[in-house]
Design a protein around this ligand. Structure first.
Ligand SMILES: [Zn+2]
Length: 408
């Protein structure tokens, strides 16, 4: 008997969580803005089904759905105006500016009312302060440039080469904050540089100890502990320079350097190679198949499902040009190739209706099929497999699927 739930942790990506807080159903708490008592009472209610990641202690609402949270144009300013908070912001701005060049490029993700960026700009004129927030303030104000768009790591890291990326009270609103940081780290690696980040989120370390529940409302679907914040940084490959708590430990923050390992770039390079090669081979093999279809000697495709079906669908082996599909498996006879529609025949059909060319899509089975057709006395002048972007003669060609004992 287990109460484990399969839910992907937004912070660390682990997949096992356990029930943490059953909050029943509640209306949106901060952004509903009802204008009358009756409207307030009639607000739709949403399920609070908070679970906790067993690996990193992150707390999140398993029943959360973004569709239920309309974006608000009314930023919550009350917290920002508190005196202790202002003091924290002032000292933070100094620490940010202490880490960047004299004329820095600072990017803030989710700038809201832009007070943080504006504060930096007034302390250090002459820099470039760029904010990204689809629902925040926008326009150009001196050194401050506010874009009403999402920050796209792959594009904007390269475009702006920021000296620091700031994300305050944003990560806890993302569906996958760890994915976002990984994307920034990858963007930094692609730009060939380390990228300093300042990341700050509310912290609920005291939740378990104090048994308080008021943090857990619908808009706050994802709640960091120091441990889950650290796990997220670790999972994004960040090198943490300093981890700190603020505001009586209700906030956890870090300066960290993001840059994905070179090995990730190498995988990306190889992926692009494969992608390009397979784009080209679609043409090359398509052309070879057009020639084959016109061969009066006839052609058959061996195998009617799985890899063979994938081959026929990818290269457009339609039932008009390639009507003959056979299979070693008698039980498949009389069924049809998914997508292209040829009736699949048992391989013995070829004894009465020989063809000059056999195409064998599953390369690794070709050696067995060669043995099978020799044993059964099925004639075929050549057997073709797909290899390195071409159709290659299995017996005479150069490829890694031939076993010495099968040669000639
Ligand atoms: Zn986790």
């Amino acid at each position: 008997m287990t109460d484990a739930r399969l839910r992907t942790c937004p912070a660390c990506g682990h997949h096992v969580a356990v029930p943490f807080f059953d909050g029943g159903e509640q209306p949106l708490a901060t952004i509903a803005w009802p204008e009358s008592a009756s409207q307030a009472g009639a607000l739709p209610r949403h399920r609070l089904d908070f679970v906790q990641c067993v690996r990193c202690t992150h707390v999140f609402n398993a029943a959360f759905d973004y569709a239920n949270v309309p974006y608000s144009t009314k930023p919550n300013l009350m917290f920002n105006r508190a005196t202790a908070w202002s003091e924290f912001i002032r000292s933070l701005q100094e620490r940010v500016l202490a880490r960047v060049p004299a004329r820095p490029v600072v990017v803030e993700i989710g700038h809201g009312d832009a007070s943080f960026l504006a504060g930096l700009a007034s302390r250090r004129p002459g820099g470039r302060y760029v904010g990204f927030d689809p629902h925040g303030a926008c326009g150009i104000h001196g050194d401050v440039e506010l874009r009403a768009e999402l920050f796209v790591p792959g594009a904007h890291v390269a475009e702006l080469s920021p000296d620091i990326v700031v994300a305050r009270h944003i990560l806890e609103h993302l569906e996958s904050p760890v994915a976002f940081l990984q994307a920034i780290a990858f963007g930094a690696a692609e730009s060939g540089r380390d990228l300093l980040a300042y990341l700050e989120v509310p912290c609920v370390d005291r939740l378990s100890r104090t048994r308080r529940t008021v943090d857990l409302y619908y808009e706050h679907s994802s709640q960091f502990t120091t441990r889950s914040f650290t796990a997220m940084l670790e999972a994004s490959g960040a090198r943490v320079e300093s981890l700190e708590h603020a505001y009586d430990s209700e906030v956890v923050a870090a300066f960290a350097t993001l840059r994905a390992p070179a090995a990730h770039l190498e995988v990306a390079r190889q992926s692009r190679d494969y992608l390009e090669a397979t784009r080209r081979s679609r043409e090359t093999i398509g052309r070879a198949l057009r020639e084959l279809a016109a061969d009066p000697g006839g052609v058959a495709i061996w195998g009617g499902t799985g890899k063979s079906a994938a081959f026929m669908n990818r290269y457009g082996c339609d039932a008009q040009r390639f009507p003959v599909v056979v299979d070693s498996d008698r039980s498949k006879a009389g069924t049809f190739v998914p997508g292209t529609g040829q009736e699949i025949r048992f391989r013995d059909w070829l004894k009465e209706h020989p063809v000059r060319t056999l195409v064998v899509p599953p390369q690794w089975r070709a050696a067995d099929i060669v043995r099978e057709i020799r044993r059964e006395g099925i004639a075929a002048a050549r057997i073709l497999i797909e290899h390195d972007g071409m159709l290659v003669d299995f017996l005479a060609g150069d490829h890694p699927y031939q076993r010495p004992e099968d040669a000639a």
